[in-house]
Design a binder for this molecule. Structure first.
Ligand code: DUC
Ligand code: ZN
Ligand code: ZN
Length: 466
């Protein structure tokens, strides 16, 4: 099967060029000069996709999703089936989801359970990180074996005492193990012990509405935890990747560590670039739609996050996609904000939202590709199979229409959740066509993929440390 994607502007992390993309079976065969003899010969018998006036970019890689995550007595509302279809609609052709080790379980048990949920259900390729909730002799022994079989990153939590939380000693131990096995530790950096006190005090004062979720998780406690996580990583001699970074103070801690030569990395998410604490304070219970952790912050932080994306102190945009329906699920916390399941839906709109940053002059086009595709692929051991359009790479390709207009709405999105955090937001730019391993899975406003097309990805080690 041959596909020729012709007439478009190919955008990579390093620049733009007018080029035709030659796809054979599941792989990119070559990039060719438009109208060249090579492209002309290849086109005989090939299916043609006209990309004139459009960008042709490597499929986006979302390294932070939570399909079906059990949280607060319920489960994230997207299954691997619905969530990966929504990802495909938005040009994301690879996800790396978080398998969860529950307390008392082996890492392997948690990983097996997530394999069962995903296998045969995904529309795009998928891999796993592992959430470590129990740092002990056994789980530390298992880490190296999991790295060898393609699970090369492990998330620890400084928040959620009693659930996912690890002490500083446990974190240091896991980082030492990561240094030895070549794993990357991903950190949820919020001081959960201090936060739990503030939450209890707020509830005792009768402060129960969603905006108190934000007020009890102050940005200083993210900055403090981020600096502490980096210090522990330095002591262990291990790399650290700060997930869902949301504040200026935390970004400064990452920037200082990087300037000093440490292997500190960080991602942010569209919700921190586009939504604010004002959304959490919407009247009535509406703010529950915006409850996630870390919480949405004051608008002042956003300019600094965009700058971090430009100067690489923020290397990746991921979504932390963790949808809960407003009715029935967010509802669990109507009388008590601490019972609102944490998370916002977002897997479908990362490329489109960050493209608004390109239009606003916040990101260059190549940087847009780099933070959404190339760097996440490299950071999590998927490059150059994913994250680039080059001979031999998987033919995960997005044809992006930079002039199309759309308005985000629950009425038209494909995520299995009954609201959009971006309802009514008017955007310029839209995904036109998506290929996953050489197969067209989205075109002309139709989903043409299928459940089970997505394959499990055994990942290598962090490509920035090889
Ligand atoms: N934050 C969320 O908002 N949801 C799931 C877990 C997390 O850390
Ligand atoms: Zn987290
Ligand atoms: Zn998360």
């Amino acid at each position: 099967m041959r596909i020729l994607i012709s007439g478009g502007t190919v955008v990579s992390a390093t620049g733009t060029q007018a080029a035709d993309v030659l796809v054979e079976d599941e792989r990119v065969l070559a990039l060719a000069q438009p109208g060249s003899e090579a492209a002309r010969r290849f086109s005989e018998g090939a299916r043609q996709i006209d990309a004139s006036g459009k960008f042709v970019v490597p499929g986006a890689v979302d390294v932070h999703t939570h399909m079906e995550l059990p949280f607060g007595g319920t489960h994230a509302s997207d299954s691997f089936e619905t969530g990966t279809q929504a990802a495909a609609w938005g040009g994301t052709t690879t996800i790396v989801d978080f398998a969860v080790q529950k307390k008392g379980q082996a890492l392997r048990e948690g990983l097996d359970a997530w394999h069962k949920r995903a296998e045969g259900n995904c529309a795009v390729d998928y891999g796993f990180h592992m959430i470590v909730s129990d740092v002990n002799d056994q789980s530390m022994k298992e880490m190296g074996a999991l790295v060898d079989e393609g699970v090369s990153s492990f998330k620890l939590f400084m928040a959620y005492p009693g659930v996912f939380y690890s002490t500083d000693g446990e974190i240091l131990r896991a980082m030492q193990e990561a240094r030895n096995s070549g794993a990357t530790i991903m950190m949820h950096a919020e001081n959960g012990i201090a936060i739990d006190l503030l939450v209890a005090q707020a509830l005792a004062r009768g402060e129960t509405t969603p905006r108190f979720h934000g007020l009890t998780r102050p940005d200083r406690l993210e900055a403090e935890a981020t600096a502490r996580a980096i210090a522990l990583a330095e002591v262990a001699g291990a790399p650290v990747y700060i997930v869902h970074l949301s504040t200026t103070g935390a970004l400064e801690a990452v920037g200082e560590a990087r300037a000093a030569g440490h292997n500190a990395f960080a991602e942010t998410c569209p919700q921190y670039l586009f939504l604010t604490s004002d959304d959490l304070a919407r009247p009535g219970f509406e703010g529950a739609k915006y409850v996630c952790s870390p919480p949405l912050r004051a608008k002042e932080h956003q300019a600094r996050l965009w700058r971090g994306l430009r100067n690489d102190d923020l290397s990746v945009v991921s979504t932390d996609h963790c949808p809960f329906c407003f009715k029935e699920q967010k509802e669990l916390g109507r009388e008590d904000f601490s019972k609102i399941p944490n998370g916002v839906p977002g897997v479908e709109h990362r490329l489109d939202l960050t493209y608004q940053g390109v239009l606003a002059g916040q990101l260059s086009l190549p940087r847009w590709v780099e933070v959404n595709s190339t760097t996440p692929a490299r950071m999590f051991g998927l490059y150059p199979k994913k994250g680039v359009l080059a001979p031999g790479s998987d033919a995960d390709v997005v044809v992006y229409d930079p002039t199309a207009r759309q308005t985000i709405s629950v009425m038209t999105h494909h995520m299995n959740v009954d609201y959009s955090a971006y309802e009514g937001m008017a955007l310029t730019g839209r995904v036109a066509t998506v290929l996953s391993r050489g197969r067209v899975i989205v075109e002309d406003g139709h989903f043409r993929g299928e459940k089970g097309h997505g394959r499990y990805l055994s990942r290598g080690k962090n490509g920035y440390l090889q």
